[in-house]
Design a protein around this ligand. Structure first.
Ligand code: NAP
Ligand code: MG
Length: 485
């Protein structure tokens, strides 16, 4: 059993751990519903101080003027710090977020992987020389925007922070991170990682505050040069408006209602394992979750039986008691998120969906929802169109390929999609016609930190991960020199 965690956690501004000017926030343990610890709460004044510190850092050149390999090494060292402290960080993340301890370890490893990857990319950002004839010498340089503001969601607080922060630092931007109010504590270790790595003062500032206060103040701050947001569509719109107000670019990573098309020749045992990860990992609180299974009629009943049996086999309970990788699931992050999912399940039942298993809150303390599989879902039902952001799978049936693709493309979202078949010609044709930023063939979540990720439609715009993401954080300058005779 883990040691008790610290009772109070501070923000990090200009190289100092500081209290919040808005006081303290009580962070709950979703597995019990009880108080876990207190977190310093930032107000708009703290946001000002953090942005000013980042701006000073940027203007001083202490980060942006470094030789890229030196910045890259510091970024990599931050990941090394997280891995070296994984035993300490994992219980904090589990207690504040509800996820099983083994999932927290995967998240910390994932966060470290971003620092490794983008640390290595730092020295690959090169300009080019454009020929203009004998009388000129012309070249491009990629310069950091300056101050990058990053507003983080609660589902993967460390991994989402690492994703944007590592690329932003590697390219020489000073950063201000707004952590999620539901699980801000473990982000403290990212500040400690920055200290251990010797990052210049002000290069990283991490503050927790309410979204509508600190988040809104940060995203509309005139001292911010670029914004990265991951979260809901509603907040994404507010962020985009704030960015437009200051004429700065923003990257929006919003939600999804992603579908996997399952053809008659799919390997069902393999599919079940993909569904296990696709919709029950992190209790389904994953933007790219496999929330719709679009199954060929010939194997529909067999798939529903197999998937429901798997869902029933998951042991659901406190994440801290689940240290080992296995068939288990933790609590949802909050009562509000869990109750919203329960309401959506009840509506799905009224709309004609059949809960083959689950659909209810669990009768115990904490914010648990039964692993849920709905059958007899049709594309126009709310449960097939709206993101539940919980462990709730909707199964839909199709007859022909065109119908399957039409169903897959029938939501406003377009984050990811999948196709399961042994026929790679068919898979390729289907993948080309799916409207989503990332398509998985025969393995949900195939890809990695190296592969670009981001949405079509209401899932947002811009790409994170991979080499693509580097271009979010730099602006191109062209320098043309007229040569003397
Ligand atoms: P959310 O309410 O949009 O919150 C995300 C972040 O924005 C939090 O830090 C939140 O602060 C902050 N925020 C809230 N209102 C704000 C405002 N007016 N101005 C600036 N910041 C504000 O989202 P959520 O409900 O917590 O998270 C679930 C949603 O995020 C789902 O729809 C999911 O699909 C999406 N998501 C997408 C991805 C992706 O990569 N595409 C990843 C994770 C989650 P508070 O913590 O104080 O609320
Ligand atoms: Mg929120």
């Amino acid at each position: 059993m883990a040691e008790p965690i610290a009772g109070y956690w501070q923000n990090y501004i200009d190289g100092q751990f500081v209290d919040g000017s808005a006081g303290r926030l009580v962070v709950d343990d979703p597995a019990t519903g009880g108080a876990l610890a207190e977190q310093a709460l930032a107000d708009a004044g703290d946001v000002d101080r953090a942005v000013a510190a980042a701006r000073r850092c940027h203007l001083s050149g202490s980060l942006s003027s470094l030789r890229p390999v030196e910045r890259g090494r510091m970024v990599q060292a931050m990941g090394d710090y997280l891995l070296a402290h994984i035993d300490e960080i994992a219980p904090v993340l589990t207690l504040e977020s509800g996820k099983p301890l083994w999932e927290s370890r995967i998240e910390i490893e994932g966060a470290a992987r971003y620092f490794e990857y983008y640390g290595h990319q730092a020295e690959t950002v090169e300009g080019r020389s454009i020929p203009l004839g004998d009388g000129y010498f012309d070249f491009t340089v990629h310069e950091p925007y300056g101050v990058s503001a990053q507003v983080i969601p609660w589902n993967y607080p460390l991994e989402m922070t690492a994703r944007s922060l590592s690329a932003a630092l590697a390219t020489g931007n000073a950063c201000v991170i707004k952590t999620p109010e539901l699980d801000p504590l473990s982000s403290n270790y990212i500040a400690r990682a920055a200290e251990a790595a010797g990052l210049p003062r002000g290069a990283l500032n991490i503050i927790c505050g309410y979204g509508h206060e600190a988040g809104a103040a940060l995203s509309s701050h005139p001292g911010v040069d670029q914004i990265v947001f991951t979260g809901s569509v509603a907040t994404g719109r507010a962020i985009a408006r704030a960015a437009a107000g200051n004429v700065v670019p923003c990257i929006l990573e919003l939600g999804g209602k992603s579908g996997a098309i399952v053809h008659a020749d799919a390997d069902i045992e393999d599919l079940v394992s993909n569904v296990r990860w696709g919709i029950f990992f992190n209790a389904g609180q994953v933007c790219s979750a496999m929330s719709r299974l679009i199954v060929h009629e010939s194997i529909h009943d067999e798939v529903v039986d197999a998937v429901s049996a798997m869902a029933k086999s998951l042991s659901v309970g406190p994440g801290i008691e689940r240290p080992e990788f296995g068939a288990n699931m933790g609590a949802m992050v909050s009562a509000k998120q869990r109750d919203r999912a329960v309401t959506m399940c009840a509506q799905a039942g009224r709309d004609g969906g059949r809960a083959v298993t689950g659909g209810h809150a669990m009768n115990c303390p904490g914010h648990f929802l039964e692993p849920t599989v709905f059958d007899q879902i049709t594309p126009e039902m709310a449960i097939a169109r709206e993101e539940v952001f919980g462990p709730v799978l909707s199964v839909l049936k199709f007859t022909g390929d065109d119908e399957a693709i039409a169903i897959a493309n029938s939501t406003d979202y377009g984050l990811v999609g999948g196709v399961f078949t042994r026929d790679l010609d068919r898979a390729t044709r289907v993948a080309r016609r799916m409207r989503a930023g990332q398509i998985f063939v025969n393995e949900w979540y195939a890809g990695g930190v190296e592969t670009p990720f981001g949405g079509y439609g209401k899932s947002g715009y811009g790409r994170e991960k991979g080499r693509e993401a580097l271009w979010n954080y730099v602006q191109t300058k062209n320098i043309a020199i007229r040569l003397g005779a």
